[in-house]
Design a protein around this ligand. Structure first.
Ligand code: MG
Length: 296
């Protein structure tokens, strides 16, 4: 049976957009429980200013708690040399960097044009690759931008090619605001996979318009086997009011199980984590599968 690697992004991309702050110890416990449920790739935090993102303060402590677990992949988001230094010092083996396919979004959220963002990443990624780190490079707004509307596929293809050339281990096609539909998701993956090997591509979709799983299915049909999701559907987007969270990991795992793609994840166990983290964050359980299994 074919495998899909599910990358759990709740402890970083999810929690970063939640109002309730969890301590590093609570985040360690969450990652531990996700790992027990069978997740082997878990976005663990970020090394950015705790003033800008208080939710991720103490990520060094989180990483150090898992130093003796080399089989767990725990990517951490960085944006600068200082962040890379701190990540390496804490024992990071996987990092995440981010660019946007939208010029306007790049200028507003990443403080520079797309070209400037790539020029900033060039030396940073060279250092990371030379240090033996695996780099996940995320491209945001690939299926739409809050300022520009739709984004030309060719713009995403060019960026993916550039990031691949800079040594990215994985390239994430993110639908940051969740506006994509399956036909466009399929066309996007097909176009990028013509330039970058499909086993180097991952999708990161949001569920704002309820299209997340359908878009993932379309991407699977094009050969994608690495998919991001967040337990309990945690998260949102800081730049868009009302943008829904990431696709819920339990909804994704239920679909993959049904298709016959293996993930190594125990669905019941995962739902227990979704229920408890949702309660901790004072948010309703947002996943369909979580609510259905709980009622059953
Ligand atoms: Mg996200």
């Amino acid at each position: 049976m074919q495998q899909v690697r599910v990358v759990e992004v709740g402890p970083r991309d999810g929690l970063q957009h939640e109002a309730v702050l969890l301590s590093p110890l609570d985040r360690i416990a969450l990652i531990e429980r996700l790992s027990e449920a069978g997740l082997a790739s878990i976005e663990a935090g970020s090394f950015v200013s705790p003033k800008a993102v208080p939710q991720m303060a103490g990520t060094d402590e989180v990483l150090r708690a898992f130093l003796n677990r080399p089989q767990l992949r725990l990517p951490v988001l960085i944006a600068t040399d200082k962040g890379l230094d701190a990540a390496v010092a804490a024992g990071a083996r996987d990092i995440v960097v981010s660019v946007s396919a939208s010029e306007s979004y790049s200028r507003r959220s990443l403080n520079g044009s797309i070209a400037e963002a790539i020029e900033r990443l060039r030396p940073l990624m060279a250092r990371a690759v030379a240090a033996g780190l695996r780099v996940r490079a995320s491209i945001s707004c690939t299926l739409g931008c809050p300022y520009e509307g739709s984004i030309p596929v060719s713009q995403v293809v060019d960026l993916a090619e550039a990031l691949h050339g800079l040594g990215a281990h994985e390239i994430l096609l993110a639908d940051t605001i969740g506006v994509g539909t399956p036909g466009r998701a399929k066309a996007l993956v097909k176009a990028v996979a013509a330039i970058v090997p499909v086993d180097r591509l991952a999708v990161h979709f949001h569920d704002t318009y309820g299209q997340g799983l359908a878009n993932i299915y379309a991407a699977l049909e094009e050969g994608i086997r690495i998919v991001d999701a967040a337990v309990g559907g945690l998260g949102g987007c800081a730049f868009i009011k009302g943008a829904a969270g990431n696709v819920a990991t339990e909804d994704l795992v239920y679909m993959l199980d049904g298709i016959g793609l293996t993930t190594g994840i125990n669905l019941e166990h995962l739902v227990e984590v979704a229920v408890s983290i949702s309660a901790d964050l004072n948010r309703p359980l947002s996943s369909h599968v979580g609510r259905a299994l709980r009622a059953a």
